[in-house]
Ligand binder design. Structure first.
Ligand code: SAM
Length: 236
């Protein structure tokens, strides 16, 4: 039986609470009652949980046994900042596909007004990742970093396998690169609508990133992100 799943806003070792919109939804829409059983993620672990008290402001659960849950995909996505509606779609879908971390990058060809507005959008991007985690029944929420310059973003990457998605690459396919590289954790970088500049590509090379292609067609950045993640997901 698939139970409804919630991600706790606060928790202790034995209890978890939902507050804000989640409490209102449970109390008013689902008309939750003490004694009902749901699945609740608390501190990154999935539990069977029983409602103890319900109000519009807080729903308190007693945490019961821990349940088995899938780990996130060990993929760190560096995503250049591009048109916000497309970027937000990419964040939502990357979360569904299991990315563990997303770093928005202020690339050379990120449009100026988007680069200036990006810092103010991060809270919204984190909310999108939270909602998408709930919807896709993840037990964790991906880390969404503050927007970074490219050198700062590169310094955050610890994955041994680092793949720069580049439409200029003709030969080295992402699948070939993944088949010959360690899989324990992977970083992927997707450029903005105008692509990476030659200097940025050189910087990636200096940091030991492999340039890889997704095929002969030029994909929108968000399509490239989803395709690359789906391929990693299949291989991992
Ligand atoms: N520079 C290109 C242009 O304006 O013709 C378009 C860049 S594309 C819209 C945005 C990003 O998607 C690229 O920087 C790259 O990371 C990724 N991308 C698109 N098509 C790709 C492909 N066939 N292989 C690998 N990456 C691709």
């Amino acid at each position: 039986m698939t139970r409804r799943r919630f991600i706790a806003d606060t928790f202790t070792l034995t209890t978890a609470s939902l507050t804000g919109d989640q409490a209102v939804h449970l109390a008013r829409v689902l008309r939750a009652q003490p004694g009902q059983i749901f699945d609740v993620v608390a501190n990154g672990f999935l539990h069977r949980a029983e409602i103890v008290t319900v109000s519009d402001r807080e729903v308190v659960f007693a945490l019961h046994e821990e349940l088995e849950a899938d780990a996130a995909l060990p993929v760190h996505l560096l995503l250049a900042v591009f048109k916000f509606d497309h970027l937000e779609w990419a964040i939502e879908k990357s979360t569904e596909l299991g990315a563990s971390r997303i770093t928005p990058v202020l690339a050379r060809r990120t449009e100026k007004h988007l680069a200036l507005a990006a810092a103010k959008r991060v809270d919204r991007w984190r909310r999108i990742a939270l909602e998408s985690s709930k919807q896709s029944r993840r037990t964790d929420i991906p880390t969404i970093d503050d927007p970074q310059s490219l050198p700062a973003a590169l310094a955050l990457v610890i994955a041994p396998t680092k793949l720069l998605l580049a439409e200029t690459e003709q030969d080295n396919t992402i699948t070939a690169a993944l088949n010959t590289s360690p899989h324990e954790s992977i970083a992927l970088a997707i450029g903005p609508e105008g692509g990476w500049t030659a200097e940025e590509m050189q910087l990636f090379t200096t940091h030991a990133w492999l340039h890889v292609t997704l095929g002969p067609r030029i994909l929108r950045a968000e399509t490239a992100a989803i395709a690359a993640l789906a391929i990693c997901s299949a291989l991992l």
